[in-house]
Design a protein around this ligand. Structure first.
Ligand code: SF4
Length: 442
């Protein structure tokens, strides 16, 4: 009988903490005493070839999901929403006067949250018009909008289409009512069906379905049904995330009370297997895997410009409470509390809370690890942009990944094998500077 190594077994369990890597250096290195770096970056002319994007954070939701770790507000009245909208408009007005932003035309816009579709059609239209009056995004190639299915009516979807949205991203997560309820989601399967049908009727250029592998209560059988249902709906793209349990989630609070270290969700090996099964079924149905999280039906037409621009160093201004930005090489984040966000804007000042200007080497690592999530990296890109041979600079990380059969290294190409791609977020720390190893992603 094989004996189970208790350390390896424990590492495979889902314990509390962040798994998903979304930026670099880790957020714990961004500092409140460095915000002048962000203000300085905003006063500099931007490089002519750097694309600009806008992220709009709408932090309101009908209910808080048990696995949610975002800053979201669930008890909202009309005045609170109107106030927030007016703060975002003030924020955009301040940005429009900054040297690094004036005269630039955003290439991509992303409405994220929270739940952007929590706003009414009237609010969305008036917000968009007021923001575009300050920084026009009429020429943007991609406008993405995240939705919670239960907030969508025909009128709301018409409004969303009318503000120019090109990709509607439906936060389905699962199709099973019991699981959705058990994980605190506000919507059910009937609302998914209705929202999807209406979205197709209205004719969005791209409809994306978001799924989570490993929600509390997930089983092999139910996950298979979720994959089949997704394939039946024929979305243009599917994004799948593996369930993580960060510290500020309801699930973690319950674990703490019960004195449990292991979260009540599947272990990592099982979650990776589920994502792999989904990828294989989607591939068999004509989809192409274009990143560790994404399958697309038609890669020639269905693109993720937001992701591709950001992961190659585009500028991004993030409007709204706790939003993240990246301008002229400086990373920064907005105030994390609504009151402080609003107070700063009322005083006529951008609500920047913490910042960090990465060194050239850190900027290279940022792009390298983000691009690794696509599964493919071209060393010549880094040689041209940063004058660094990544094959040499990261030879020990590469040797390790090769020894584990996670990556193939060819002539000007690194290619993650499926087993590497499925756990890419676990592997990225191999490329971090030593001082950033073992940092918390909060
Ligand atoms: S819908 Fe999204 S943002 Fe809102 S509570 Fe659920 S996970 Fe959090």
């Amino acid at each position: 009988m094989n004996s189970v190594d208790p350390v390896e077994n424990y590492k495979n369990q889902t314990t509390a903490g962040n798994y998903f890597v979304s930026n670099y250096p880790p957020y714990s290195f961004w500092k409140t005493n460095r915000i002048s770096e962000a203000f300085d970056a905003l006063e500099k002319q931007s490089a002519v070839d750097t694309p600009l994007g806008i992220y709009l954070h709408i932090p309101f939701c009908r209910k808080r999901c048990h696995f949610c770790y975002f800053k979201v507000y669930t008890n909202n009245d009309a005045a609170m929403l109107e106030n927030y909208i007016s703060s975002m408009i003030t924020e955009m007005t301040l940005y429009s006067k900054k040297t690094s932003i004036t005269g630039r035309t955003p290439k991509f816009v992303y409405f994220g949250g929270g739940t952007p579709s929590y706003l009414s059609s009237r609010q969305l239209i008036s917000l968009t018009e007021a923001l575009k009056d300050k920084v026009s995004w009429d020429d943007a190639d991609e406008i993405t909008f995240e939705c919670e299915p239960g907030t969508l009516t025909e009128n709301k979807l018409d409004g969303i289409r009318n503000i120019g949205v090109t990709r509607l991203s439906l936060g389905v997560e699962n199709f099973n009512d019991e699981l959705l309820k058990g994980n605190g989601r506000a919507h059910g399967s009937k609302e998914i069906d209705k929202a999807y049908r209406l979205a197709r009727l209205i004719g969005f250029p791209q409809v994306n379905i978001d799924l989570i592998a490993g929600m509390v209560g997930e089983t092999n059988e139910n996950w298979k049904k979720c994959i089949e249902k997704t394939i039946d709906l024929e979305p243009d793209s599917v994004t799948i995330y593996q369930m993580e349990i960060p510290f500020n989630t309801t699930v973690f609070q319950e674990m703490k009370v019960a004195g449990q270290e292991v979260a009540p969700v599947a272990d990592w090996q099982t979650k990776r297997r589920w994502v792999n099964e989904a990828f294989e079924r989607l591939e068999a149905s004509g989809y192409t895997i274009t990143s560790a999280y994404t399958a697309v039906k038609n890669p020639a037409e269905t693109r993720f410009l937001y992701r591709d621009f950001l992961w190659t160093g585009a500028d991004l201004i993030g409007l709204g409470v706790a939003s993240f930005s990246h301008v002229g090489g400086t990373n920064y984040q907005n105030q994390q509390e609504l009151s402080e966000y609003k107070d700063s804007l009322s005083a006529g000042r951008l609500p920047i809370y913490r910042a960090l200007t990465p060194s050239i080497e850190e900027r290279l690592i940022r792009e390298l690890i983000l691009q690794l999530k696509l599964g493919e990296v071209q060393p010549s890109y880094f040689l041209k942009k940063f004058k660094i041979d990544v094959n040499k600079r990261f030879s020990s990380a590469l040797s390790y990944l090769q020894s584990q059969n996670y990556i193939d290294v060819g002539n000007d190409n690194w290619s993650l094998r499926r087993e590497g791609l499925l756990q890419v977020d676990n592997l990225l720390a191999e490329f971090f500077l030593e001082k950033h190893q073992n940092s918390r992603y909060t």
